[in-house]
Design a protein around this ligand. Sequence first.
Ligand SMILES: *Cc1c(COP(=O)(O)O)cnc(C)c1O
Length: 406
Amino acid sequence: MRVRSEEKEKNKMIYCDNAATTRMSDAALIKMTELMKEVWGNPSSLYSHGQRAKEVLEEAREKVASAIGAQPGEIYFTSGGSEADNQAIRSAAELGRKNGKMHIVSSAFEHHAVLHTLEKLEKEGFDVTLLDVHENGLVVPGEVEAAIRDDTCLVTVMYANNEIGTIQPIREIGEICRRKKVLFHTDAVQAVGHIPVDVRGDNIDMLSASAHKFHGPKGVGFLYVKKGIRLTNLIEGGAQERGKRAGTENVPGIAAMAEALKEAVGGMKVNGERTAALRDRLIEGLKQIPHSALNGDAVNRLPGNANFCFEGIEGESLLLLLDDKGVQASSGSACTSGSLDPSHVLLAIGRVHDVAHGSLRLTIGDDITEDDVDYVIKSVREVVELLRSFSPIWRDLMAGKKEFIL
Ligand SMILES: *Cc1c(COP(=O)(O)O)cnc(C)c1O
């Protein structure tokens, strides 16, 4: 149902989908193109042009490591967050299998890169406990502790959720895992570059991150693995990444990622505060729409995330109509849009199917202004009203034939 709105504003584009991907920063873009042109050697080659590429690679490793409080030797470059998640979990599982520990603790609202890897491991005989994330979208550390058994080889809980933006009590969970001597992995793809992450202070053994979520290029990310933990290869071949990830390194992409991360961490405090203030303005504005609700905890959430449910409408039509007004947003995650199933994250926080279908995720970046936020609020309000005006569910709700949930 694509209604071309007459008031479609030509060329207007307010990008509110930074959880799906971000625009590359100028510094990262310049770094990447310069290196593609000038340092195109293979870092494994012994002649000077290859060695120059090797230097670029190792400089990037140092920058990335220092951004999260790690040592350069603990960083493995990957093709992105999904690969890092897969390798971390697979590695912990193989270590567990060797020691007769085949139980894994995770949460119900992880990214599919984690959930689908866990499903695969279950088919191989692993036992997986998925923790409840409750109505506020937060894992309770005491419940992690209670779920850990003598045969638990891994706890994997995401740092911040990609749909509802809730920030997990990672430090507390890490502390429990350290005490119980269980490996702790966190998918920190939404956190790194957005909120402070310190692998030592947070007691993290393994961490996944992805460049395109913090204004770096797509197709590049990294896995932090604490010294002494043995990785299992997903890709066999050459001896790149200390023998743990074969394939000629994406030198320009990796260097651009390091540049983007350095920039993101440098501007984190100022940008984070500014973005969080705009997010709160957005949340306040959207709350005024009748029968709407914010998804996830209002306080422990990423600076740019506002995720709402609106009763009586469908998310997909909402997105298309917003697009006509120049507002680029998402319902649920990019990975599941296109499927008609409601988001597993919204179901995990207890939203019923009908309500979960009417969800909207707005993830703003630091390029947005107060005027933009006000325009987004106005646009969402208009579109919700329009969709409700021809929604049979809304008609039933208004006629009292159905009970409002929100
Ligand atoms: C985007 C995302 C991923 C996947 O990262 P890619 O680099 O796109 O593979 C994994 N986990 C979370 C939480 C994400 O937001």
